[in-house]
Design a protein around this ligand. Sequence first.
Ligand code: G3P
Ligand code: CA
Length: 269
Amino acid sequence: ISDASADVADERPSVIAHRGASAYAPENTLAAVDKAAELGIRWVENDVQRTKDGELVVIHDDNLKRTTDVEEIFPERAPWKVKDFTAAEIARLDAGSWFGPAYAGARVPTLEQYMDRVEGHHQKLLLEIKNPDLYPGIERQTLKVLSNEGWLDRQHVAGRLIVQSFSAASVRTVHDLKPAVKTGFLGTPSVAELAGYAAFTDQINPSYRSLSMGYVASVHAFTGPHGRPLEVFTWTLNDADTARRVAGYGVDGIITNTPDVVRDALSGA
Ligand code: G3P
Ligand code: CA
């Protein structure tokens, strides 16, 4: 059996399009996935939350105000929380015009729609479970969607999928429910805490602002749940100089709104 992950082998460090190529297209839309693919970027990051009627959707904020026209369409529904709207209501919203007229009519995608697009481009996915405290059971539900979409088979879990969260409890739940899935914790635990994290997460993913070469080395010294050194994917940096600097720290991935800029900086272009 050939190793299906080989054809999607990464550059080092990996370059991950944050909310899609979100400097160039509205974040967390299918257009942002397409833009990342057009730029030749293999990884996309997204944020997953849940509607009132239990549909998983891809959006960053816990409310719909900043990235849709919800105030105009549903003026009486303040504070416009994602969890207070049905999937059908959210599907009516324009999630592109705020970014620019060229994207008028872009939608907030369901997780299924998003996965289909990522799969269509043969990309890899860094999926963030956002605000899990608002959505009890979202870890099991997310894994179910991933399974239905064929993303828990061997090739995907071998190298095309990472599930991350700022909530350590959520990351641990994902690991416990599906130990084969690679996971990431968003944050900067102390070095003394890293051994505990290494029991359930494969990555420690800090803001680049809290990063040092020493910290990256400390993380790498621990072995994760799949028997490999813990990795570091850092976020969210968008300029060539910072990309070169943190690459020099030995990070494994850079999460960026401008993946083309970071990729070119790392290749010396
Ligand atoms: O993937 C890292 C990054 O997305 C975490 O911050 O607020 O953009 O979700 P945020
Ligand atoms: Ca995110």
